[in-house]
Design a protein around this ligand. Sequence first.
Ligand code: GAP
Length: 444
Amino acid sequence: MDDLVALCKRRGFIFQSHEIYGGLQGLYDYGPLGVELKNNLKQSWWSSMVYDRDDVEGLDASILTHPNVLKYSGHEDTFTDPLVDCKSCGLRFREDQVPEQCKGEELTEPREFNLMFKTNVGPIDDGSSYAYLRPETAQQIFTNFKNIIDSTSRTLPFGIAQIGKAFRNEITPRNFIFRVREFEQMELEFFVHPGSDEEWHKKWVESRKQWWVDQGIESSKISLLNVTGDDLAHYSKSTIDLMYEFPHGLEELEGIANRTDFDLGSHSKNQDELDIKSTTTPNNSSNAKLAVKDITTNKLIVPYVIEPSAGVDRGVLAILNEAYTVEKLDDGKERVVLAFKPHLAPIKAAVIPLKKNNNDLVLKAIELKNSLQKLRIGRVVVENTGNIGKNYRKHDEIGTPVCITVDFDTLDKGAVTVRDRDTMQQVTMDIKKVPEHFKDLFLS
Ligand code: GAP
């Protein structure tokens, strides 16, 4: 973990937030390379969830959340962690995360601490007008259920996907970007006929594991955990967590829950007119029935929901961890490589003029960069520092799949040298063929 954290800072992937003021615990900022990696991961999720399927719509809803949403969802009452104080040092911890040095000390009785951030809405700060920062993106999907059904005419089964920020006032944020107070989630709420939920749950567990493997995570490092007892969320009939071997241990990367008809049922008015299977609180504040008409019986049914919910930040950490490789070279030296899958690499190609002061070489490099950039495959840079060896090392360390060197042969004969990050092999190529080679690498 220490090596990864150092590389992330040195190369501009991830920084501690507000560092010049001493930082604020549990908050991180994504730098020039981090934002590219994160965007690529989110884009890959969005493509697989929305574009590659014919049964999912997208959504981008508000972060500030009406208190009623989180009242009827059960979060006001149950979204808590048990908090204990160490009487010796005065520090506070989650009951299950007391550090070694406090374990023998006297601790207070655990008390429940609500993890939601509350904020004032409007100019009067007397506590009467407040909202929450959403603790999960899911709730706005449920509250938009009717809007999406009405505007798209979707029938079951279908899903709504959303990527966005979520906030939790974690008692002990830790392990770099693993447990933070502000993070992003990629969530799908997939609505199915009651009775078909268990089969869909199994399908989604398999499909989500495969997606992480396609992002470069070794299959053997992902295991499935059947969540039981107190760890099962109040809304869930069954949850399978995808557990990944993070640098600090085996922990949850994504949870796939069977949320039953709890959420749509809870946010509905006239619940007794709907055949809701789960236990919900009667709702006199909602003005909608979140149900669909069964075309065969003409009755309203409240769909069951299967929810694959992944953390973007945990995904970034897992992908950095998988990609991080230290290789021994023939000359005894070491090279650090971030062996990302090409579609996730923050920079797709670096174009390097052999000499930084040679105008013709630099202009040719810029011309090539622009032609590759136009393909809209991702970021391409001109690396004009004049030291080829150092540039190769740098781009290995930030995971750039190809480096293309422009030299005097390029000016005379139109030939460039293309170097592969993983094999370090260099081939001479006609400059006209580079765009096709580039497309093959990223689009095949
Ligand atoms: N909507 C369901 C839900 O929010 P969760 O298991 O609490 O379920 C889903 O969160 C995912 O969000 C987790 O698998 C994890 O990847 C990510 N996540 C949750 N809390 C986090 C935190 N404090 N920091 C970073 N990621 C977090």
